[in-house]
Design a protein around this ligand. Sequence first.
Ligand code: AMP
Length: 455
Amino acid sequence: MTQFTDLGLSQPVLQALDMKGYTTPTPIQAQAIPPVLEGRDLMGIAQTGTGKTAAFMLPSIDRLRDAENQTPFKSCRMLVLAPTRELAGQIAEAAKDYGALAGLKVHSIVGGTSVNKDRNKLHRGTDILVATPGRLLDLIDQKAFTLDKVEILVLDEADQMLDLGFIHALRRISELVPDNRQTLFFSATMPKQIQELVGKYCRNPVKVSVTPESTTAERIDQYLFMVQQDEKQTLLEMILSERHAVPGKFERVLIFARTKHGCDRIVKKLSQSGIPANAIHGNKSQPQRERALDEFKRAKTPILVATDVAARGIDIPGVSHVLNYELPNVPEQYVHRIGRTARAGRDGVAIAFCAEDERDYLKDIRKKTDAEFERLPLPDNFRAVVEGVGPTKREQKPKLARPRVRPTGDAAARKPKQKHPARKGRPAGAGEGKPQGGRPGGNRNRNRNRRRSQG
Ligand code: AMP
């Protein structure tokens, strides 16, 4: 099997990988690193979770070290463009980790933060800059930054950048970078418009593809509830509070809704039922988004409700369940959504809530991905609960007291592991990862405090 040591990377990079505990390259890394080290352009079809960040970052760090150019004033040597603030932040963190021993300066700039701070930060230039396109152009327009020293240009999640309307920004940026730069282009899908962009940006690129277009990740078990739109919230609450069992052991649950308001509504109603959750979408401020992500990562609040845009590219280990509260109208989005689980070689569960008027979306998803959904039955008493003639929330409250997500530390040591009834047959501990801290049900006070601190 190929090892990182076989790929021609330098000692500082190999040591940084060693510090992270990575020895075996993922398929995209094995395929991409050698040609990128040679200076070739690259076009990679890959989703997040495949290790593509390291695939472009590791050889680029070595190329920058070899070229030995000075850190340019008000410019950068490597520019990575990413669609969202979260993804940009993640890439910058990865660059710092992988380049820890290479002596390269890394900065990231994203919208929604102080532009003055970014201007000051970049005054002396940087080796690696990770940016969202809008903020980068702001600085260029203010004459605070130029792209004329760019040696390596990376476009990450290009299809998402197009979806977000960055096409004009990308065109402008392509005219501002030097012609002789190296270009590394990544996209999860390859629609025609993306192919045209590749033609514009890349010169005779090496093509690398790790998953055929729109094929659903194999390790994800996919389930389906047929449920009316106005019954979805009740079903969601019953699942999260363990009144209705679904396959898999909950660690972190990422819930997708189509709109920002939809996300907020779900979070509000969950909170009214004593189930703390956070929302992440474009109307949230940067600190709010960071806090929501941080609480989710630490499993302090292990339920996150997101729009496609906000959750795109987020790399969080230990997402056990992706719940599609509303089905996406574009089948590719479904692939991206469920790709948030089953990362780094682990299993994952995706559950779709499909209402009558979403049947066509479901059909498109099935057609595009060949996904096989196992249909799950609605709870026995579901109609009665929805109509308010079943047990009231107050009567069911004691059941919420038992945490759905295992607590950490002493509490974890005291509590015997609960095996999920629907997960019989799986090895004990399967799907378990980082220590858990939060509990979806209970603790209204903490919820109230959080709301207060969010202002
Ligand atoms: P990415 O697709 O770049 O978002 O990476 C997905 C996750 O896999 C990140 O948490 C990486 O740190 C991790 N990762 C990347 N390369 C490797 C590797 N060779 N071995 C193990 N984990 C890796």
